[in-house]
Design a protein around this ligand. Sequence first.
Ligand code: NI
Length: 227
Amino acid sequence: MMIAIPGVLSGRSLDHVRTLVSQGEWIDGNTTSGHQSALAKRNSQLPEDSPAAREAGGIILDALGATPLFIAAALPLKVFPPLFNLYGEGDRFDTHVDNAIRLKRGTDFRLRSDLSATLFLNDPATYDGGELVVEDTLGTHQVKLAAGDMILYPASSLHHVTPITRGNRLCAFFWIQSMVRDDGARRTLFDLDSAIQTIAGDRGQADPAIIRLTGVYHNLLRRWAEA
Ligand code: NI
């Protein structure tokens, strides 16, 4: 499932993240890549442990925790501390697949990447190119979102970033290990949850059928989740 999550960052938090990362020291993006993707990638990145990346990443993690659509869609167990990349003119990232297991260097933090996330940080009108293109069983999807919006997509998918022909593209990117590993099961839970919220809006949370459906949601989660 691919889902756009609008307004993860806005106003002052978006400005703050942009200011922090723009003052950071950018390095060649290949320092974080596995062998396969190093062949295909041309961009810049903030060092994982840089103070700017850590502080800006913390703001994003806090914002995610306050975004119900993200929680409902991802059912997150662990979120990798956000990383930041910058694509200037001519930069691109050719077709690749993200590593299944991500380790945080110098720590014992590790996760299985079930979902990949890209959070767009600058105005799409300020650059050309730089679309995230995700291939799934239904075809290819081109994504370029407003500043502060985020796309969530299966980490198992092939994807690439088209070359920048004007301006700069600034994004945060990271991975999520979901409590529900299977994409289809996670989607079913999300659809059920969304439908319950819609009906509850009409009939109220105390409606007996809503209470039973909410029970079904939690019982499916109990069957499928690792927590
Ligand atoms: Ni990738």
